[in-house]
Design a protein around this ligand. Structure first.
Ligand SMILES: *Cc1c(COP(=O)(O)O)cnc(C)c1O
Length: 392
C-alpha cells in the first residue's frame, strides 16, 4: 500500500485552459484597497490601465473594457454589431465558433457557416470561396484559438481576404492574445475580444475589446445596439469617470489586477512572451507524444501555442484521469467542452502557466494518472522529450 498524497488547492499546479493562475505581483495588486470609483486615485489607475491596454494591443484606437468575463465581451460585440439586415459568415472549427453562431442567429436570420472538423482549421482559401459564393456577406466571425481543440485558425491570412471583400471582421482572440502573435492592423480586425484570465494571467472578470472605426460606425448605425445595458459597448466608449461618468461601478479590484498584468506583459515584451509560449508548447507536444498519446489536432501546423489538446485513448475515462492527476500529483488539467467532452484532455500553457517546467509537470502528472487507469505511459521518455525541446 502506498500513501495517497492529497495536494491542497493552494499548492496545485493550475495547467488548465484558463484561468491560468496569477503571479504574486498580480495577486498583490488584486488586494489593493477598494476605492470609491470617482476617487481621483482610482480615476488615475483607470486611465493608466486603458493606456497600457492600448499599448499592449499596439493600436491607436482606444480599447473598451467590459466588466465581466470574456463571454460578456463576445455577446456584447455581437449584440452591438449585428443588425437584422446583416449577412454573416461564421467560421466554425470548434466549440466556440459553434457557440458564436448561436448568438449571431439571435440578431439576424442570415448566418452562413463554413464548418470543418474540430481537429482542423478554416483556411483563407475556404473563406475566399465562401465570400465569392455569398457576395452579400457584411460580417465575418472567427475564433483565433479554439481552446478545447487546441487549434488555431490562420487569422492573419483570413483577415486580408475579409477586408478585400469589404466585410467587418469579428474575432474571438480570448485564449490566443498575449501568447501568440495578434496583429490587429495586419488582421484588419474590427471587433476583437480578449480575456484577462487566459494569457494575461489575471482575474476572471474582464473583457478587453478592440473596436475599429468601421465597427464603431456600424454599431452607431444599429438602432438596436444595446444602450444602458450590461451588453453595451457604447455606454463604455467614452466613459472615463472624469468628462463622462461611468455607466455603473467598474470592477475596482480587477482593474488593479489588470494594470499589474499589463505592466508585466509590457515589461517582458510581446516577442519574449510569444517565444516563451512557443517553446513551452512545442515541449508539451513532444512530451505528450513520447508518453504514447496523440495530439487531438490533425496536424501540428494548426496547433495552438497556448493550449494542447490531447486525444483521450480508447477505453480511458478522461474524468478519472484528470481527477487522479489533480489529487495524486496536484496537476489540474482541463476537460473538453461541448462535443469534445470525454474526447480530449487539455493542458493549458498560457501566461503564468507557460513556464519551462510546465511540460514536465503536465506529462508526469498526466502519465501517473494514466497509469492508475491501467494505461502504459512512458513518463521517462516523455520528460526526456520535453526537456530536449527546452534545451533546443
Ligand atoms: C475562455 C474562452 C472564452 C470565455 O469563455 P468561458 O467558456 O467562460 O471560459 C471564450 N472564447 C474562447 C476561445 C475561450 O478560450
Amino acid at each position: 500500500m502506498t500513501t495517497k498524497l492529497v495536494v491542497p488547492a493552494g499548492q496545485a499546479f493550475t495547467l488548465s485552459s484558463g484561468p491560468s493562475g496569477a503571479s504574486p505581483e498580480t495577486l498583490a495588486a488584486l488586494g489593493s484597497p477598494i476605492l470609491y470609483h470617482y476617487d481621483p486615485a482610482f480615476l488615475e489607475t483607470y486611465a493608466e490601465t486603458l493606456e497600457l491596454l492600448r499599448r499592449a494591443f499596439v493600436t491607436e484606437s482606444k480599447p473598451v473594457i467590459l466588466h465581466g468575463e470574456a463571454v460578456l465581451g463576445l455577446e456584447a460585440g455581437i449584440a452591438s454589431l449585428i443588425r437584422s439586415d446583416d449577412v454573416v459568415l461564421n467560421l466554425v472549427s470548434g466549440v466556440y465558433g459553434s457557440g458564436t453562431g448561436w448568438w449571431l442567429r439571435r440578431y439576424t436570420d442570415r448566418v452562413i457557416e463554413v464548418e470543418v472538423p474540430y481537429n482542423t482549421a478554416v483556411s483563407a482559401g475556404m473563406v475566399e470561396h465562401a465570400l465569392e459564393e455569398n457576395p452579400d456577406v457584411t460580417v465575418v466571425a472567427a475564433v483565433h484559438c479554439e481552446t478545447p481543440s487546441g487549434t488555431v485558425n490562420p487569422i492573419a491570412e483570413i483577415g486580408p481576404v475579409v477586408d478585400r471583400h469589404g466585410a467587418l471582421f469579428f474575432v474571438d482572440a480570448v485564449s490566443s492574445w498575449g501568447g501568440m502573435p495578434v496583429d490587429l492592423d495586419q488582421w484588419k480586425a474590427d471587433f476583437v475580444v480578449v480575456g484577462t484570465q487566459k494569457c494575461l494571467g489575471g482575474p476572471t472578470a474582464l473583457s478587453l475589446i478592440h473596436v475599429s472605426d468601421e465597427a464603431w460606425s456600424h454599431i452607431g448605425a444599429n438602432e438596436a445596439a444595446p444602450k444602458a445595458s450590461m451588453l453595451s459597448v457604447l455606454d463604455w466608449r467614452d466613459a472615463d469617470g472624469v468628462v463622462r461618468p461611468f455607466p455603473f461601478t467598474p470592477s475596482i479590484s480587477d482593474i488593479y489586477g489588470l494594470r499589474a498584468c499589463l505592466e508585466q506583459y509590457l515589461r517582458e515584451g510581446a516577442e519574449a512572451v510569444q517565444a516563451r509560449h512557443a517553446v513551452v508548447a512545442e515541449a508539451t507536444r513532444a512530451g505528450v507524444e513520447a508518453l504514447g498519446l496523440s495530439l487531438w489536432a490533425e496536424d501540428r501546423s494548426v496547433c495552438s501555442n497556448t493550449v494542447t489538446a490531447v486525444a483521450v485513448p480508447a477505453g480511458v475515462d478522461d474524468a478519472a484521469v484528470r481527477k487522479a492527476a489533480r489529487f495524486d500529483s496536484g496537476v489540474m488539467l482541463s476537460e473538453g467542452e461541448g462535443s469534445l467532452i470525454g474526447k480530449v484532455i487539455c493542458i493549458g500553457h498560457m501566461g503564468p502557466s507557460a513556464y519551462p517546467m510546465t511540460p514536465v509537470l503536465a506529462v508526469s502528472g498526466l502519465g501517473r494518472a494514466l497509469r492508475s487507469s491501467g494505461y502504459k505511459a512512458d513518463i521517462g521518455a516523455a520528460v526526456e522529450a520535453a526537456v530536449s525541446v527546452l534545451d533546443g
